[in-house]
Structures are given as C-alpha cells and as structure tokens.
Design a protein. Structure first.
Length: 269
C-alpha cells in the first residue's frame, strides 16, 4: 500500500530528474572514455606477462620468503635512525605549525592575514617529500638532516592546516570568560583556546609521526640516511633475502608505532 512518500513503510527514494540522469550518464561515459584512452598508456595490454614471467616471479618470491637476518643489528640501528628523523621532523613541524595555525584561524586573526597565510601553508603542502629532500641534500649534504628538514617543511603545512581547523571549531564561552576577567589576547589563547584544542592537536601530531616514520623510510632512498638507504642499496644489489629482512623490520616498527599511537589517541579523545 502506498501512502505519501512511503511504500509499505519504507521511504521511497526520490526520482531523479531527466537532467540529473543525463548528467550521471555523461559522467559515466567520460570515465569509460578516459579508461579506454589510457588503456595503452598504462600498458594494461601487458597483463599477460604476469603469467609469462611466473618462473622469474617464483624465484624472486623464494628469496623473499627466506629472509637473511645475519646483519640484523645494522638493520635495527638504521631503523632507529629513521625513527629519529621522524621524531625530529614531527617535533620541529609542531613548533612551527602552532603559531601558523593561529595566523590561519578566522576566529583569531583578521582575514587580511588569514588569506596569505593559508596560501603559504598550502604551498608548503604542495611540495612532495622527495623533492624537498633532494633540495635539502644539495644544501646540507647526504645524511639524515636533509630528511629531517624535508619532513619539517611538508608537515608544517599539514599540521598548521589541521591545527587551524581545530581552533576554528572551539567553543567561544571559555574565551569570552577569560576576556571578561580582563585577560589579554595572549591570555585568551593560553587559557581559552589551547585547553580546548590540546587533545586534538596531540592526536594530529601522533598521526603525523606515524606518517613520518613511513616517509622517512622513503627519503632514505635518495641518500637521506636511515633504513631506506639500506633498503635501496640491497635492492640495487639484488640481495633479496637481505631486502626481505629489512622490509620485515620496517613493517614491525611501523606497526608497533601505529598500535601505540592509536592507544594514546583513544585516551586523549
């Protein structure tokens, strides 16, 4: 039985207009057309090589399934250096992101300052870590410092954006209470804003540390130190058993960081 918008007690979905259906069809045709155009560019026609090269793949996987941990102390030390890079890159970016976040918050700063500052942090986020790492390698030479600086720049933009969004979502009552007692603008921020955003900021920082642990590994591939450099060297030497051992150590370390970070965030939020 039909009654109003309901059909047998279930809300009937709204009927799409002809214009909406034609627009959906057009979008679908565009997607299909893009897939067809990019078929050869993506070399999808070479999928048969997965079967043709199955013997080579089998030998490759055989080495990976028998990791060589003979030099495990060196791998662990390199992994620790990677985590040190991530820790310093995250910490420095937090120091820079906090003041930038207030300059990017419309409820704290005038709009004529907010707009250029938001454009600035967007620019920081736009550069890939690899590009930044290469630039800092030229400036400071090979080693983990280049990785730390690259992580600092890219994460400053990301954290400043996240921090400013948290600031813009605060309750105004605590800030107004501080203002009513005769507090200055700085007092409003310290006693009215930071206590509200502190847990969320900490959660964002922990999440970025997780991401930086993975990014620092990739930066090692360009000579920024850490376990990524060992991984790259062994891959170039076709030492797949050693590469497998390094990959296992990376997975274990990143997994432990993720688990620990999740537990901390649960207690904060």
């Amino acid at each position: 039985m039909t009654e109003g918008p309901y059909v047998k007690g279930i809300l009937a979905p709204p009927t799409a207009t002809l214009g909406t259906r034609l627009l959906n069809l057009l979008v679908l045709l565009i997607v299909v057309g893009l897939l067809a155009i990019s078929f050869r560019g993506a070399h999808i026609q070479d999928l048969h090589m997965l079967v043709d090269n199955s013997a080579k793949t089998g030998n490759y996987l055989k080495d990976y399934l028998s990791p060589d941990f003979e030099d495990w102390r060196r791998y662990v030390a390199a992994m620790w250096q990677t985590l040190e890079m991530a820790l310093w890159g995250t910490s420095l970016s937090i120091v820079l992101a906090v003041p930038l976040s207030f300059l990017c918050s419309r409820n704290i700063t005038p709009d004529w300052i907010v707009q250029p500052m938001r454009a600035f942090i967007a620019l920081l986020r736009a550069f890939p870590d690899i590009v930044l790492g290469t630039a800092f390698l030229v400036a400071v030479g090979l080693g983990p410092l280049a990785g730390v600086l690259a992580l600092t720049v890219s994460n400053t933009g990301t954290l400043a954006k996240l921090f400013s969004e948290a600031v813009e979502s605060i309750e105004t009552a605590p800030v107004e209470g501080v203002r009513a007692t005769g507090g200055t603008r700085l007092h409003e921020i310290i006693w009215g804003v930071i206590p509200q955003v502190g847990p969320l900021w900490t959660s964002f920082a922990l999440y970025r540390f997780e991401s930086n642990a993975r990014s620092a590994t990739v930066l090692g591939l360009i000579g920024a130190g850490g376990i990524g450099q060992l991984l790259f060297d062994n891959l170039n030497s076709f030492a797949y058993r050693q590469t497998s051992a390094i990959a296992i150590i990376i997975v274990i370390a990143v997994t432990l960081i993720d688990v620990l970070s999740q537990q901390i965030r649960k207690r904060l939020l």
